[in-house]
Design a protein around this ligand. Structure first.
Ligand SMILES: [Zn+2]
Length: 320
């Protein structure tokens, strides 16, 4: 855990993650009447210890937390929201779509089959990897407990945090309903996982995703490219000082990846087969393999939507 004041009254709290991507950026924003927690981290013992240390080092008592905001439902951002809510009694604000996804994926009753398993099987993933994915997801699900009682927050809402006026903006692609928060007066953006430095935000098809997440992501990037962002505070890695350049790099990355996926299709293949050709699959953890396949489906679905590739439905989905 480390803490830095990255803008006046805005503190970056870096929490540990047990993945190749080994940390998540959460933020504490200070106001006279209390603190805002922005994103919660994955619920592990190390995560709890890190939050306790961070709150203690800034002299934040649980009662001084006045609200908790979750940018999107992924477990590294949502996982400790319920724990923080139980600790503080503060409301947890989330986009309704994200609350719905969290309830559907992390709140799945134990006796229902794993929707993740069905999706990956349909896309040609071998059964032993599907079984491992099912176990990985069950572990992640445990790291989202307890669930918060969310309060809906919609795009356009204005919130005072760190003495600034932030407006919630819908930033889909990484997750259908992700919200990011812009303080226009200072050009400060809490950008969740919409843009990241060094790594590209994951854009994948997951159970219950709206169609064509990559198409929605690229439209959103095009819309937000001109936003006068001086400093963006992302969900992972380093702060973003060159907004427009980073947007353009990500646009180029996806154009290249679309070309690579199209070439790897080589006439016809499943998403799993394409993922094996495009990614350094054999060097990956099973967690990363899952992301690689989901990302490949998203690129193939973009090409389907563009009329370049055809999806052939059967017991297994093939692309041609
Ligand atoms: Zn994340």
């Amino acid at each position: 855990m480390s803490i830095n004041e990255v803008a006046r009254d805005v503190f970056l709290v870096r929490l540990p993650l047990p993945f190749a991507l080994n940390s998540v950026n959460c933020y504490l924003l200070r106001d006279a009447d209390g603190w805002t927690v922005f994103d919660a981290g994955l619920h592990t013992d190390a995560g709890e210890a890190a939050w306790r240390a961070a709150l203690a080092s800034l002299d934040v008592t649980p009662e001084a937390i006045r609200q908790i905001i979750v940018s999107h439902h992924h477990p590294d951002h949502y996982g400790m929201a319920g724990w923080l809510q139980a600790l503080s009694g503060a409301p947890v604000l989330m986009a309704p779509r994200e609350a719905e996804l969290a309830a559907g994926i992390w709140g799945k009753p134990p006796d229902l089959p794993e929707p993740m398993a069905r999706l990956f099987s349909r896309h040609g993933t071998p059964e032993d990897l599907v079984a491992t994915i099912t176990r990985d997801v069950a572990l992640l699900r445990r790291a989202t407990l307890p669930h918060p009682a969310p309060t809906p927050l919609s795009p356009g809402a204005a919130l005072t945090m760190a003495g600034r006026r932030f407006v919630a903006l819908h930033a889909p692609g990484h997750s259908d309903g992700q919200l990011i928060f812009f303080d226009e007066a200072d050009g400060l953006l809490l950008c969740g996982d919409h843009l990241l430095n060094t790594i590209t935000p994951h854009i994948g098809v997951w159970p219950g995703s709206e169609p064509n997440p990559l198409g929605r992501y690229l439209s959103s990037l095009a819309e937000l490219a001109g936003l006068p962002v001086r400093l963006a505070l992302p969900g992972h890695k380093s702060l973003i000082h060159t907004w427009r350049e980073r947007v353009e790099e990500l646009q180029r990355h996806h154009a290249d990846r679309l070309a690579a996926v199209h070439a790897a299709l080589d006439g016809g293949a499943t998403a799993y087969e394409v993922a094996r050709r495009v990614f350094l699959f054999d060097q990956y953890t099973t967690h990363e393999m899952r992301f690689a396949v989901a990302e490949t489906i998203a690129h193939l679905e973009y090409l389907v939507d563009a009329g370049i590739v055809r999806r052939v439905e059967g017991e297994v989905v093939r692309y041609e």
